[in-house]
Write a protein that binds this ligand. Structure first.
Ligand SMILES: [Zn+2]
Ligand SMILES: [Zn+2]
Length: 475
């Protein structure tokens, strides 16, 4: 097939694959958003099985093996690396907003300001381009989204085309897109507010960027949003949903993976803005085998007669949450499940209260603190400024002070607070001046939070989110 006919085939394929999107392109009629189905497409992994069974059917081994593998997976580390911690203007010590949540199944990025891929190349604590599987955008302000198209071009092996020869990316676009749609290949999943899909489409098209892999944009729409024509989809864009919030105004469980579930809620800012909550699914409780072993050994012969040669193997079943009744009538109850870790990552805001209920008891809250009033520490403080005038100005721009972040952390019962998105006047290095100002900002948040577990983020800082019992063991 020559170059022009293969392009024609790809175009025809796109035309039939995107009937609704095509309609959208030529019509000014807004396409209604899709509400998250009440019945989720696949079951959420809840607390371990609580049904009573005598003991596992030996022919049912594969189920136990699968569940055991899942438990291993959810026990992995969860770590955040900050790639950019500046508000509107970057400085030589702080880049525009971006952070990466690293877990067993890859890396998820939250916001992608200008220069984010450069930050990844600079180190980013081993955060690699190819590991980015999902990108979540809080809002469409440039300091949170200007970096997404160049990052996509790198993650998806983009290029600007060829001269005098057929571009292999273009020739195989339809195949790659079809493989991603059937799940054979992994697509880059992108989530964010209204306008994100259009922004990416137009930027890719106007810069003649070809991609070597597929992506999909899922938009979280506010009830008042008015979708507009979005332009022609890229050859490697898969159809994405527009999701409306539930009746409580929250986008609950819109992204479900085997070990992490993401919900979102609206937060108040000078543009439509979203906060994300990443919830690890519950995991089986810690087991003390010594409590179970005597009972299993006592029933050894009776169990052997029923085909279970090694009674200690039943420990794995109990560990998974299955209650077992032994031949002598003894009931072995599994340890209580451990609640998964919860991380709340908020975008810019002067009031995140609409999503407070989602953030309850977060193990880690990441909240902006753009401006602070530090007259005794910050030499640049205007003589006319007071705490009140600084707070008023901050709120007027849709942002928060450290005290506001601390108050929200206390309200939701957060275990730990991390402040970020600092004004460019606050350096993010280890100079005496920067450390002193950051310590002042931290103190302001602590005062309202009532806990000293407060950290001020710096570019390339890494925070590991431990389970609560691990924290207790560590201290
Ligand atoms: Zn911002
Ligand atoms: Zn903003």
């Amino acid at each position: 097939m020559n170059d022009s006919s293969s392009r024609l085939c790809a175009w025809v394929y796109q035309l039939f694959r995107y009937p609704r999107t095509r309609f959208r392109q030529y019509s000014s009629t807004p396409v209604p958003a899709v509400e998250v189905p009440k019945t989720l497409p696949f079951p959420r992994v809840e607390a371990p099985v609580t049904t009573t069974q005598r003991y596992p059917d030996k022919n049912n081994k594969s189920i136990f093996n699968r569940k055991y593998a899942l438990a291993d997976m959810v026990n992995g580390p969860l770590a955040i690396t900050f790639l950019g911690t500046a508000s509107a203007v970057p400085s030589h010590t702080r880049n525009h907003s971006s952070l990466v949540l690293k877990h067993d199944a890859g890396s998820w990025m939250f916001d992608c300001g200008e220069g984010t891929q450069k930050q990844m190349q600079r180190g980013g604590d081993g955060v690699r381009m190819g590991q980015v599987k999902r990108i979540f955008i809080t809002h469409m302000h440039g300091d949170h989204v200007f970096g997404i198209v160049p990052l996509m071009a790198s993650v998806l092996c983009g290029a600007g085309g060829t001269v005098g020869a057929s571009d292999p990316r273009l020739d195989s676009a339809a195949d790659k897109s079809a493989r991603a749609e059937t799940g054979e290949d992994e697509a880059l999943e992108i989530y964010g507010p209204l306008g994100l899909r259009e922004y990416i489409r137009r930027a890719l098209r106007l810069t003649y960027t070809n991609l070597g892999g597929a992506y999909r944009v899922t938009e979280l729409h506010f009830p008042t949003d008015q979708p507009q024509p979005e332009g022609r989809p890229h050859l490697l864009e898969l159809p994405g949903k527009n999701i409306l919030p539930h009746g409580d105004g929250l986008w609950r469980d819109f992204c479900i993976t085997p070990n992490l579930v993401v919900s979102a809620g609206p937060i108040l800012h000078s543009a439509p803005c979203i906060g994300f909550v990443v919830q690890e699914t519950n995991v089986p409780g810690k087991m003390n085998p010594a409590l179970y072993a005597p009972h299993l050994k006592r029933n050894k012969e009776a169990l052997a007669a029923e085909g279970i040669a090694n009674p200690m193997k039943l420990l794995a079943t109990i560990q998974q949450g299955t209650k077992i009744t032994l031949p002598d009538g003894t009931v072995l109850t599994p340890p209580a499940p451990r609640v998964g870790r919860k991380i709340a990552i908020l975008g810019d805001t002067h009031d995140p209260s609409p999503m407070a209920v989602l953030c309850d008891d977060a193990d880690l809250l990441i909240h902006e603190a753009t401006n602070a009033h530090l007259p005794d520490i910050d030499a640049a403080t205007k003589s006319t400024d007071t705490f009140e005038t600084v707070q008023e100005r901050t709120i007027c721009h849709g942002h928060s002070t450290p005290q506001m972040a601390g108050a929200f952390a206390r309200r939701i019962g957060a275990k730990r607070l991390c402040l970020n998105h600092f004004s460019s006047r606050y350096k993010g290095d280890e100079s005496e001046e920067a450390m002193s100002i950051m310590e002042g900002i931290r103190a302001l948040a602590i005062k309202e939070f009532g806990s000293d577990d407060v950290t001020c983020a710096r570019d390339f800082m890494r925070i590991e989110v431990k389970r609560q019992e691990e924290e207790i063991e560590r201290s």
